[in-house]
Design a protein around this ligand. Sequence first.
Ligand SMILES: CC(C)(COP(=O)(O)OP(=O)(O)OC[C@H]1O[C@@H](n2cnc3c(N)ncnc32)[C@H](O)[C@@H]1OP(=O)(O)O)[C@@H](O)C(=O)NCCC(=O)NCCS
Length: 169
Amino acid sequence: MSICYRSAAASDAARLLEYTKIIGGETDNLTFGADGLPYTEEQEAAVLERFAASPNSRLFLALDGDKIVGNACVSGSGNPRFCHRAELAVSVLRNYWGKGIGSGLMEQMIAFARQTGAELLSLEVRSDNERAKALYRKFGFTCFGTFPKFFRIDGQYYSADYMTLDLTV
Ligand SMILES: CC(C)(COP(=O)(O)OP(=O)(O)OC[C@H]1O[C@@H](n2cnc3c(N)ncnc32)[C@H](O)[C@@H]1OP(=O)(O)O)[C@@H](O)C(=O)NCCC(=O)NCCS
């Protein structure tokens, strides 16, 4: 299996929406479920165009051949008071877990964030998502707090841990 990593383009919109439906049905650790993201293909293409043109935000794909098997997102801010920070998010299809793809996507995101001059990376992770927390700790993220009842999924509440990585130290 050879995985390649690249930035997403507007032409990936349909495949990426399909990917979000699959991954949303495979895990309850994301902000959406099996319905995926509520965008039309055109809306998603416009979002991807904005990402591709942004100086401090980027959407990355992990591909096995033509198949999207993982994605990751760096979201920087246009607000001068927040532009030293970027938020990260990552997911990988279940069949591909444990093969280093999450780590590969983290490397892509952190390298991009460094290039943009970001100083502080942050993310939110369901507190019981030990696999993701282990991935983030591996890259130096530490937890600074817990948000109780962050998610409500099928009537059940779940807290989220807030984690950061300071790129200046
Ligand atoms: C979290 C996720 C992105 C990890 O992706 P992955 O491709 O499996 O990650 P990797 O193979 O690079 O493994 C990364 C690290 O996870 C940890 N890990 C792997 N298997 C684990 C397990 N069974 N239990 C706990 N930690 C585990 C290890 O620290 C591993 O690093 P190492 O192999 O160098 O020791 C993936 O499981 C996923 O998409 N989950 C569903 C969506 C999700 O939770 N996204 C994060 C939302 S905040």
